[in-house]
Write a protein that binds this ligand. Structure first.
Ligand code: ATP
Length: 254
């Protein structure tokens, strides 16, 4: 089966530090794939390389066979690779609804003149954008907060809004950077169901970084474990959980 995303021989150097060293991974369409590893292992750096925030020092990154390495975050997002951040990044003084309208803006504002003169076509596309945004707020269970400033939403709701902001662009690959961080146990269970539903209903492929082993083991089909920038194990949750190098990497951290 052909892969959606392939990463080969990826490395990233910051001055004297080789933060990522020889990472390989290949993710199938509709797969849920996790990267784990102790603090400082290089997980976020891999994410930043894939999502175009960093230009890798070496390596190949392809999406559906086409290179995306070093394109920049905007171009990578336009090709269907979108992400959330460890510390939620929303337009905090805009409402939840407005955050989702901004995310759709490149598709709704086809004509600047249409916007200036408020033409019929422009108004119709704006109405569709609002309907679509409300659909996503309902899906995420936060529709009642549509007109609340994003910065005033509960933390768990901000995380959901950030995922909605990604999904509204109809991505091929959804990248979640520690989505369970700051969530309570109930919210973590709900997050797992949400990720499963996103894949089942929207055919999205998911790549996540996560420290919460309950979520990782429950939601992922395959896992890559990194330590000191290097890949040390790859396999099913069962295989990775029982891998001696993985166990040592985590026990060594304690
Ligand atoms: N922009 C940067 N400049 C210099 N060093 C960096 C930069 N980004 C990351 N590093 C270093 O690279 C290494 C890997 O960091 P990275 O954030 O990728 O790890 P991580 O596995 O995501 O860790 P955590 O789980 O704590 O988020 C660390 O030693 C970090 O200090």
């Amino acid at each position: 089966m052909s892969h959606l995303l392939e990463v080969k021989d990826l490395s990233m150097r910051f001055g004297g530090l080789l933060a990522v060293d020889g990472v390989q991974l290949a993710i199938k369409p509709k797969e849920i794939f996790a990267i784990i590893g102790p603090n400082g292992a290089g997980k976020t750096t891999v994410f930043n390389c894939i999502s175009g925030f960093y230009k890798p020092t070496t390596g190949v990154i392809t999406l559906e066979g086409a290179s995306i390495a070093g394109l920049g975050s905007h171009s990578v997002a336009q090709r269907g690779v979108v992400r959330t951040f460890q510390n939620v990044r929303l337009f905090k003084s805009m409402t939840a609804l407005e955050n989702l309208l901004v995310a759709q803006h490149s598709r709704t504002s086809k004509s600047v003149l249409g916007g200036l003169f408020n033409t019929k076509g422009y108004r119709a596309s704006e109405r569709l954008a609002v309907e679509n945004a409300m659909k996503w707020l309902h899906f995420m269970g936060i529709a009642e907060f549509a007109n609340r400033e994003a910065g005033n939403l509960a933390y768990g709701h901000q995380r959901r809004l950030e995922i909605a902001r990604c999904m509204i662009t109809q991505p091929k690959l959804l990248m979640l950077d520690e989505p369970a961080a700051g969530l309570n146990p109930q919210e973590k269970v709900e997050l797992q169901h949400l990720i499963d539903r996103l894949r089942a209903e929207f055919d999205v492929t998911v790549l996540l970084i996560e420290h919460d082993m309950g979520l990782v083991m429950g939601v992922s089909e395959r896992i890559l474990c990194m330590e000191y920038g290097k890949p040390i194990a790859m396999g099913t949750p069962e295989e990775v959980r029982n891998n001696e190098r993985v166990i040592k990497a985590y026990l060594g951290e304690a």
